[in-house]
Design a protein around this ligand. Structure first.
Ligand code: NAD
Length: 294
């Protein structure tokens, strides 16, 4: 049994911490939200009153927080007091620059650290089927793997510090762009009198095939499990897609990468969110393209 501190027990962190409890680890948790703390307590997490109390005796510290500012604030608070042989893992989705700064804080004390953002959403967090994209040293990755495997089914070492976040925002830029492309095709098909099923049957077995079509089809019918069949309940909320597309655009500006479609996707999701649809699944962008949100 390992003592694991888990900071950030929200929609993702809560069920991830619960899976570590199920794997017989001692999990000491902290969150600013009383509701998140109550749920974690019910899931078997020992909830304490501060991040410092959570990490004091921990062998592993995991953070799952909204953004880079939260991660840097928590890591700079806890690093001075953690044990010398602790392993620090941040699973939040944050900008690459903040991820590298967090690693640098850990290096000042010679601690092993990993950025390990996830894909798979709340369903993946509950079912322990997340994909982890990890950045950091081989030693940190090898030590983290057994713990990550209790929360996910695929764990990829993407490279050195920040590489996990880099992989995450590149992947989600593909996802945002491809969902808009699939949605545009269905809207055009509707105008041309083509049934959803006919377009799906052709494109899903042709060169238009992609995850946004075959797993997350934005119209109801062809893929019964896609959020379109459930009134676009997330799933993966449009607000989180916008967050990730903005992170990709920030990184593109920083590095000089040319990402015109990523920029356009960020703009479209900003308009969609601005219209009050941030809580809907990101595949609901098809309704925006149909002009229903104007
Ligand atoms: P959430 O808002 O439900 O949870 C974040 C939690 O962090 C909240 O409970 C909040 O109270 C807590 N928190 C904030 N500052 C804190 C602090 N200083 N100390 C302790 N707790 C603090 O968000 P979420 O959906 O769980 O997402 C967490 C991270 O995972 C985000 O970076 C998000 O982009 C990423 N992510 C989310 C999903 C998803 O589908 N929800 C999927 C992949 C990645």
């Amino acid at each position: 049994m390992t003592t694991i501190a888990f900071i950030g027990l929200g929609n993702m962190g809560g069920p991830m911490a619960a899976n570590l409890v199920k794997a017989d680890h001692e999990v000491i948790g902290f969150d600013l939200s009383p509701a998140s703390c109550d749920q974690a307590r019910a899931d078997g997490v020992t909830v304490v009153g501060s991040a410092l109390d959570a990490v004091r005796n921990a062998d592993v510290v995991i953070t799952m927080l909204p953004a880079g500012t939260h991660v840097l604030s928590v890591w700079s608070t806890i690093i001075p007091i953690v044990k010398d042989d602790v392993l620090l893992i941040d699973c939040s989705t944050v900008d690459v620059d903040s991820a590298r700064k967090a690693h640098a804080l850990a290096r000042e004390r010679n601690l092993l650290s990993l950025d390990a953002p996830v894909s798979g959403g709340v369903g993946g967090a509950k079912g322990a089927t997340l994909t982890f994209m990890a950045g950091g040293s081989e030693a940190a990755f090898e030590r983290a793997k057994p713990f990550l495997s209790h929360m996910g089914k695929r764990i990829v070492h993407c490279g050195e510090a920040g590489a996990g976040q880099a992989a995450k925002i590149c992947n989600n830029m593909i996802l945002g762009i491809s969902m808009i492309g699939v949605a545009e095709a269905f809207v055009l098909g509707e105008k041309l009198g083509l049934s959803h099923q006919a377009l799906f049957d052709v494109a899903s077995t042709s060169s238009g095939q992609c995850w946004s079509l075959t797993t997350y089809c934005p119209v109801p019918g062809p893929v019964p499990t896609s959020p379109a069949n459930n009134n676009y309940q997330p799933g993966f909320a449009a607000a989180l897609m916008l967050k990730d597309l903005k992170l990709a655009q920030d990184a593109a500006l920083d590095t000089g990468a040319v990402t015109p479609l990523g920029a356009e996707a960020a703009q479209l999701y900003a308009l969609f969110n601005g219209d009050g649809h941030g809580g809907e699944d990101f595949s609901a962008i098809i309704n925006f393209l149909r002009g229903r949100t104007a």
